[in-house]
Design a protein around this ligand. Structure first.
Ligand code: SF4
Length: 374
């Protein structure tokens, strides 16, 4: 048995929690719960969590997939950087496959001659710069608060080493503003959500406290949950209980890893290196105020946007792609006309079909023969 894994995948216990949920849902009441994070979406499909729940409980997939929320224009920017003479552009594997304008992607740019490298960690990109002093290495940094501290650390390390051939194209985004944007969207699509399953890894960094303001403002309960199936089921039960009691609180199911204050050292590193952008465009959510980070002036020499004068690019998704609606929970992946036909993991038309954390990829991989085709 693997501690902290197998015990949270116990099928008999899952049935017990599911039975409690069935017992506690109120007759005639619907519970629309959004799991913000793609890690939860993946777990829900992989372990068939939705199938254990009563019909009254609907899980809505949120925008918490790092590559999915990046707008096309920023990927166009990365491709343009990669094509510059002497540049090595480094990023995470999923990012290389996300479609950009005109059917292009970083992988396709590589096939056309751009030097695009896949890395597993921000530190790999730094090493690339140390190993290639005659080249300009640009790290295409993406992700929520989970991947932000490692980027902060390599920026500080590069500054400390005086590396002149290393820059970061920063695209780090923040979770609480995106949750607020979903509930507060102009089309009202998120207003009938009853509660949120809060992200696991993000919350190990930021803690539970940053969700308090969201709960106070929107009166929607949030339960932070781990990524195992029993975590998700327990979070659903906790949300159902809050909703039944008319409460809206931040609760922490993932107390084995998440504390109220989070990881202070990681937060200090982030605060040293980054500051809030006034606004940042999200795929599907539009321009959101104070929802992303940029590199502080003291590290300007490592900021790719400054060194290469990266311009804003207004670009659009493929016209058949409905990732925006999927990311806001307005439609299910299979409601997109090209789901599973033209758009598949081997031939993704939109970002949500690329990463395993994307809702479309999760539906395709685990849901096609079951509920997704029901
Ligand atoms: S199925 Fe493909 S095209 Fe449709 S929303 Fe999902 S990623 Fe976009």
């Amino acid at each position: 048995m693997i501690p902290y894994l197998d015990e949270f995948r116990d099928g008999k216990l899952a049935q017990v929690i599911a039975a409690r949920i069935v017992d506690e849902v109120l007759p005639g009441r619907r519970y629309r719960l959004m799991e913000f994070c793609g890690g939860h979406t993946h777990a829900i499909f992989r372990y068939g969590v939705q199938d254990l729940l009563p019909p009254a409980v609907e899980l809505i997939h949120g925008p918490g997939c790092p590559v999915c929320v990046l707008p096309v224009g920023r990927i166009d920017n990365a491709i343009e950087l990669a094509r510059r003479p002497g540049v090595i552009l480094a990023s995470y594997a999923d990012m290389l496959r996300v479609p950009a304008s005109g059917g292009m992607s970083l992988l396709k740019a590589r096939a056309q001659g751009a030097d695009v490298r896949m890395v597993y960690a921000a530190s790999d990109a730094l090493k690339l710069a140390q190993d290639n002093p005659q080249r300009e290495v640009v790290f295409f940094a993406i992700g929520f608060e989970t991947t932000t501290p490692p980027t902060a650390l390599v920026i500080r390390q590069a500054a400390g080493l005086g590396l002149r051939n290393f820059t970061v194209f920063c695209n780090h985004v923040l979770t609480p503003p995106a949750m607020a944007a979903i509930v507060d969207s102009p089309d009202g699509a998120g207003s009938d959500l009853d509660g949120f399953i809060g992200p696991a890894h993000v919350s190990t960094v930021i803690g539970t406290q940053p969700y308090e303001q969201f709960v106070a403002q929107f009166d929607k309960p949030v339960v932070i949950a781990g990524f195992e199936p029993l975590d998700v089921l327990q979070a659903v039960l906790m949300l159902v209980r809050q909703i039944n009691a008319g409460r809206a609180l931040v609760e922490n199911e993932y107390s084995r890893a998440v504390t109220p204050e989070g990881n202070r050292k990681a937060q200090a590193a982030m605060a040293d290196v980054f500051e809030l952008r006034d606004a940042f465009e999200w795929r599907g959510l539009g321009l959101l105020p104070h929802s992303a980070l940029r590199i502080r002036e003291r590290y300007a020499a490592i900021d790719a946007e400054k060194r290469f004068a990266v311009p804003p690019i207004a670009a659009h998704d493929h016209k058949a792609c409905e990732c925006g609606a999927v990311l806001r929970g307005v439609i299910k992946p299979q409601e997109c006309k090209v789901f599973g036909t033209v758009c598949t993991p081997d031939n993704p038309i939109g970002a949500c079909m690329v990463s395993s954390e994307g809702a479309c990829a999760a539906w395709y991989s685990y849901g096609r023969l079951g509920r997704a085709q029901a």
